[in-house]
Design a protein around this ligand. Structure first.
Ligand SMILES: Nc1ncnc2c1ncn2[C@@H]1O[C@H](COP(=O)(O)OP(=O)(O)O)[C@@H](O)[C@H]1O
Ligand SMILES: [Mg+2]
Length: 424
């Protein structure tokens, strides 16, 4: 076959249908035949919208991540300016190129063709959940169990509010004991594929300790620790007996809908997914120095709407261990693309600002924000304020367009087909 996703001859819907047909035959990301099919859909060209030309005509513009130094895009703009619609357009197009797309959806409205949703709040009777304590063998081989435990304590601390040093030490002991009881150790390779403890096990262990006591920790510490873990372990997402693997997330273009989850749980869920993706990509090794095509250059795209929830939620945006900073500084090397949207530039840390190669700025913006954004885009603040511009009017700056262009972003197509991870 000699056709391409972006050839004019084949409509996007036809490509979607073809990919669905392949998926029904079991040809999904992670299956070798899939790579061959995907090569036919390269290079990645994401049509964004039309710019008005001098002669009154329209010039189409696209984002071509293969021409950029990295696949990171930042989308900013006021409420109702069209950010979520733009993410849907971009996500749908990336899926049609056969690149897996993972969406962290804090508001529950980033819905496009080809995704399968994992609802954070619903009991996933037939589906899957998330287990932050699950271990990827390759990661364990690289970093060891102690680092995993320390990271997990940090993550639970960030999600639930600062853990005191006694609480952190108590949690570390409980998790270490649980791994040992489940027969998982650094040195015994065969143990890494065993069952893993879950947040529910931590909660049960702490409940027991509250009654019977635990050496070295007073009852007050144990009770506080248990209360913090309970806010997480009570969620159906973390109680599910079958945790989703990264392979599964990629093969099904997972959309994690966190919109109905509590503040603590959605932070932990988002961080867990991003950390799993990053660790797996790192364990797979760097992409080739000179990638043959975009299918070698990009292994996955991650879309996060309302990044503010992740970047400002109980963490320090400037902390270099913050998962967003880790992804922007190291993600490119491992084939990760990122599309991040939030209302204001200040929702992103300076490492994110330094690294993103493409910026999409929605035109409707309040004057203070416009003053901050304009220099980054090579514009005057007045260009960004205009109240009469309709939603979807944006300035786009990237290497693909060779500078800043003003666009009317296309409307994303209504999805024909999407599913639930619980149906799989
Ligand atoms: N490209 C577009 N063309 C036309 N209308 C748009 C476009 N983008 C957004 N809109 C309209 O604006 C509304 C708000 O857009 P949305 O993407 O939800 O904004 P935001 O996420 O920035 O708050 C949409 O429901 C839609 O009606
Ligand atoms: Mg939105």
């Amino acid at each position: 076959m000699h056709w391409r996703a972006n050839s004019k001859k084949f409509k996007p819907e036809a490509v979607s249908r073809w990919l669905r047909l392949l998926a029904r035959r079991g040809i999904r990301p992670g299956v070798p035949e899939y790579q061959k099919c995907r090569d036919m859909l390269m290079p990645i060209r994401v049509p964004l919208g039309q710019a008005s030309a001098m002669d009154g005509g329209q010039t189409p513009y696209s984002w071509e991540p293969g021409k950029e130094i990295n696949g990171f895009m930042m989308v900013t703009g006021g409420s109702g300016s069209g950010k979520t619609e733009a993410l849907k357009l971009i996500g749908g197009s990336l899926v049609r190129h056969g690149i897996p797309v993972i969406t962290i959806d804090f508001h529950g409205d980033v819905i496009f063709e080809g995704q399968n949703t994992l609802y954070g709040h619903a009991p996933q009777s037939g589906g899957q959940g998330l287990n932050p304590l699950a271990i990827d063998p390759a990661t364990l081989a690289g970093r060891g169990l102690e680092v995993k435990i320390a990271n997990e304590v940090d993550r639970i601390g960030r999600a639930t509010g600062r853990l005191g040093y006694k609480q952190a030490s108590c949690l570390r002991k409980v998790i270490t004991d649980l791994y040992r009881e489940f027969g998982i150790s650094d040195t015994l390779y065969s143990s890494w594929r065993a069952a893993y403890p879950s947040l529910v096990d931590i909660f049960n262990r702490l409940s027991l300790a509250c009654e019977e006591g635990m050496e070295g920790f007073d009852k007050q510490t144990l009770r506080e620790c248990r209360a913090k873990v309970e806010t997480l372990s009570c969620n159906a997402l973390f109680r599910h007996p079958w945790p989703l693997t990264v392979q599964g997330m990629l093969a099904w273009n997972m959309r994690l809908d966190c919109s109905q989850l509590g503040r603590e749980a959605r932070l932990l869920a988002a961080e867990t997914v991003l950390d799993m993706l990053f660790e797996t990509a790192r364990a797979t090794g760097p992409i080739p120095v000179n990638p043959r095509s975009d299918s070698e250059r990009y292994r996955v795209f991650v879309i996060i709407d309302e990044v503010k929830i992740l970047s400002l939620g109980r963490g320090n945006t400037e902390d270099s261990r913050h998962i967003l900073n880790v992804l922007v500084t190291e993600g490119r090397k491992y084939g990760i693309g990122l599309i991040l949207a939030s209302q204001m530039m200040s929702h992103f840390g300076s490492e994110v600002h330094a690294m993103v190669s493409s910026r999409l700025v929605m035109r409707r913006m309040d004057p203070r924000e416009a003053r901050r954004v304009a220099p980054q885009m090579g514009l005057m603040p007045e260009d960004l304020v205009s109240m009469e511009s309709p939603p979807g009017t944006a300035y786009f700056r990237s290497a693909s367009t060779g500078g800043t262009v003003m666009l009317q972003i296309d409307r994303p197509p209504i999805p024909e087909c999407q599913g639930l991870i619980s149906e799989i």
